[in-house]
Write a protein that binds this ligand. Sequence first.
Ligand code: 5AD
Ligand code: SF4
Length: 469
Amino acid sequence: MDEAHHIAADFADGAAGARLRYHIVTYGCQMNVFDSRRIGQSLRLAGYEETADPVMADVILLNTCSVRDKPEKKVLATLARLRPLKEARPGTVLGVCGCVGQQHGQALLDRVPYLDLVFGPDRVVEAAALVEAARGGARLADVARQSRGDHAFAPVDPEAEPGPTAFLTVMKGCDKVCSYCIVPYVRGREVSKPVALVLDEVRRLVEGGVREVTLLGQNVNAYGKDLACGADFADLLAAIDAVPGLLRLRFVTSHPADADERMLSCFGRLRTVAPYLHLPVQAGSDRVLDRMRRGYTAAEYLDKIAIARRHCPDVALSTDVIVGYPGETREDFEATLRVVEAARYDTMFSFKYSPRPHTAAARLEDDVPEAEKADRLREVQSLQDRIGAERLARFLGRVEEVLVEGPSRAARTRGAGAQWSGRTATNHVVNFAARPGEPPAPGDLVRVRITDVLAHCLAGEPCDGAGGE
Ligand code: 5AD
Ligand code: SF4
């Protein structure tokens, strides 16, 4: 029996509980993780409960990403795998939400006959109503967009946030016109969540035990442009910084063209803002940057980094890089290598260019051969591997404040030792063994002396003053 039929057989045997169950599969960025939690919250309020096992679920939702071709293909493959399960129990609601849902809408329903429901990211607030309609037999696609000026965001449920860290979307959409990017098409225009709403949610999260909040937005630096109150992102950071009990504040993603000194100085200036900046460069050649419509040169980009480092010398930096953009020559690519070398990132996310529908670049010939893209990707990654390792080495012997998240992966999967895991302010993972009889609790700040630098994380031991804030 192949895997699909095996799933179907299990599914047919699955006992139907009194309460309906949902299962959400999340692809893509942190905003999707956040949206999945909101969808789950909406379903729980309607009486559903979550199940980790799709075979047991009455509702299966795939929360999808279309930023590159690969994650989109994955969704179609997963749908095909779920087909026998749906056919074994036709009453199961099978849905696609997120960016692929928004992008294809009704066309996806037409293409996948066993699919019941499609909805876009702006319909998260209505998730339960849509699922109910689908359970009633309707096959529906709802990709209506939230309009500018409509600030109805799905509120966060602090009880749904497991652990001491939480995400919080503060704006959605993107008004930039980067030539390769489908996001403005699928996520729509920028809409900011009003300051009072954000503050209220941060307060409730902190009351519920959250100690670190990561603010999410496609371009957080554009926060407030659509708000009447005149607050910008730096104002929002300052307001959140004053919330008692919050220990750390992070944010992604910043656009280099909009990251000004006022914002970049927050690292040195505000108590909670953690020294971690994700500043996607995308390319190092001015010619490519211009054709990507990024709105900055490599030198201007490196200047922003210099400003951030001037205000906070230890700030950790990460970036996104695209290799093989149409027309990218070897020389252009070498300019990317030079920027990566000069910026000295802690981490990098790198991608082969893939043409996306509805983008300006899709009209250009995708002329860098696949093998060349793969070579460039490997080359930039191996350069970053070296730099990342050098950057990580600076922690050896240092005492870091680690925000404890829970048992380490080794302890969870192998039951090995009292290994705990948390992150430094710079967002580096640290594993450590607690002192006998002094197990930390998630959300504690523990002072840890770093004794080992591993491939992608740090290890250490608690030192005096452990547990203090
Ligand atoms: N091809 C490859 N990478 C892309 N990204 C966005 N669009 C594309 C595309 N068409 C990358 C960018 C962005 C990250 C989220 O995904 O680097 O910052
Ligand atoms: Fe896409 Fe550019 Fe907007 Fe980022 S800033 S989401 S890359 S259009």
